[in-house]
Design a protein around this ligand. Sequence first.
Ligand SMILES: [Zn+2]
Length: 165
Amino acid sequence: MSTDILQSNDESHVSRACETYSLTTTQFHALHSRSSAAKATAYCPYSLFRVGCSILTEDGQHIDGANVENASYPVGTCAERVAFGKAVTEGHKKFKAVAVATDISPPASPCGMCRQFIREFCELPTPVFMFDKDGAFVVMKLEQLLPLSFGPEALPPRGELPAKA
Ligand SMILES: [Zn+2]
């Protein structure tokens, strides 16, 4: 497990991360810039804590999201769940990488609920990039963020879901 803090403007750090997770540097920088830009779309009048998320799909598309809060505080939704909700309902099923960005330093990791939410849709080796306000980042595999997890494959078999309309 690596919680080393790396720098997105350090080519050796970026290339090492990209090699480890089979990403191009273009994909890396898009994950950084898009997750950071997505912060601007956050609705967070209560926490004032902006979070942006960008998901890279297996076929190279990005789906972005940000946190959306609510006057009834627990109803608020994190950036990661907003982005995955968008991605899944737009028909995306396979994902290559996840990035989250906040306005703090050092980088912040997805909350526990989001780790499980991501686990539903991503393979355990999927990299989760966490960017701080200055471009420093930490990258960890999903299985490192959520060890000994269970997912849909762990549930008992059941009948087929009703056919799609
Ligand atoms: Zn969360």
